[in-house]
Design a protein around this ligand. Structure first.
Ligand SMILES: [Zn+2]
Length: 280
C-alpha cells in the first residue's frame, strides 16, 4: 500500500454529483489545500434527481445544490474553485464531446493530480458514477496529448499531463493519503453543507439493508468513505439527534482508500494490465 503522494501544486477532483467529492476525498483535498495546493472540483451533473419530493421544482433544486456545492468547497479550502458541466443528473454519458469538456478543464487548471470515480468497480449501480469515472480517465488521456481536441489550442490552452490519477470508490485500494483530525473536520463540515440531501442521503425513510459498518475507530488516516460506510452513516444518522449528527458522520471517517495509477507512460500500461488481470 503506497502512502501519501507529494503535496501537489494543484489538484482536480471530478465527481458525478454535488457531494460525491466530499464523501470520497474531501479530507485529502483539505489537507492538500492547507499545504498550499490549488483545489479544483468538477461536478459533472446538475443534481436534479437528488430529491424524493415528486412535486419538487428541479430548477430550484439545481440552483440550491450548486450553492451547496460552492459552500462545501469553501469549507474544504477557502480558495477552492468549483466547475460545473451541468449535465442532466442520471443521464451522464461518456461521449467525445463531454470528454473534451473535461479535458478542457484539465488543460485550464493544469492539475498535478486528478481524482475521480473508479469506473471498473464491480456491482456499481449508478450509471453517473461509472460514466464520470470513464470520462475522467479518458479525459486525462485526451488532455495530455496535443492532437486531442485541438480546438482548445485556439483558446490559448496547451496539452497537460497530470502526474498522477487517483480513483476513489475502488475495491482494491493500493494507496492511502493520511489526514489529520482537522482535515476530517473540514470534510464533515463540507458534507453538512449539502443540506438538500439530508433526507435522501443522510436520513433515508427506509433503513438500508446494511450491517454495522466498519467499526474501527477513525484513525488519523485518509478518508474516503466507501459506499457501504456511506449508507451506514446515513442510516445511523437517521437515528441520531441533530446535535449528535456530526459525531455520527465523523464515526465513519475511516482511512481513505484510493487506487493510484500514475499517468506516466508506464502507468498507462498498468491501467490496461489491471483490466486484463480480471477487473471488469
Ligand atoms: Zn453521486
Amino acid at each position: 500500500m503506497r502512502v501519501d503522494l507529494p503535496v501537489p501544486s494543484s489538484a482536480l477532483a471530478v465527481g458525478a454529483h454535488p457531494d460525491d467529492i466530499e464523501f470520497e476525498c474531501g479530507g485529502t483535498l483539505a489537507k492538500w489545500g492547507a499545504a498550499g495546493a490549488a483545489i479544483h472540483l468538477l461536478i459533472c451533473t446538475d443534481g436534479s434527481k437528488g430529491t424524493w419530493d415528486v412535486d419538487a421544482d428541479t430548477d430550484v433544486l439545481i440552483a440550491r445544490r450548486q450553492a451547496e456545492q460552492r459552500e462545501a468547497a469553501r469549507r474544504i479550502h477557502p480558495d477552492a474553485q468549483v466547475h460545473f458541466l451541468g449535465e442532466v443528473d442520471g443521464e451522464l454519458a461518456n461521449t467525445v464531446e463531454l470528454r473534451g469538456r473535461v479535458a478542457r478543464v484539465i488543460r485550464e487548471t493544469t492539475p498535478d493530480i486528478v481524482l475521480g470515480h473508479d469506473p471498473w468497480r464491480r456491482w456499481r449501480m449508478h450509471p453517473d458514477h461509472r460514466n464520470a469515472g470513464f470520462l475522467t480517465v479518458d479525459a486525462v488521456v485526451a488532455a495530455r496529448d496535443p492532437h486531442y481536441h485541438r480546438e482548445h489550442m485556439a483558446d490559448g490552452l496547451t496539452h497537460h499531463r497530470p502526474r498522477a490519477l487517483l480513483l476513489f470508490e475502488c475495491e482494491e485500494p493500493d494507496h492511502v493519503e493520511r489526514i489529520e483530525q482537522r482535515h476530517v473536520d473540514a470534510k464533515v463540515d463540507a458534507l453538512l453543507a449539502h443540506e438538500s440531501q439530508f433526507e435522501t442521503t443522510m436520513a433515508p425513510r427506509q433503513p438500508r439493508s446494511v450491517s454495522e459498518p466498519n467499526a474501527r475507530p477513525a484513525p488519523t488516516g485518509e478518508l474516503v468513505v466507501s459506499d457501504s460506510a456511506r449508507h451506514s452513516a446515513s442510516w445511523t444518522r437517521r437515528r441520531e439527534s441533530a446535535g449528535r449528527a456530526k459525531n455520527a458522520v465523523r464515526r465513519f471517517a475511516g482511512p481513505v482508500r484510493l487506487r493510484g495509477r500514475f499517468t506516466t507512460r508506464g502507468c498507462t500500461s498498468r491501467l490496461f494490465d489491471a483490466r486484463r488481470s480480471g477487473r471488469p
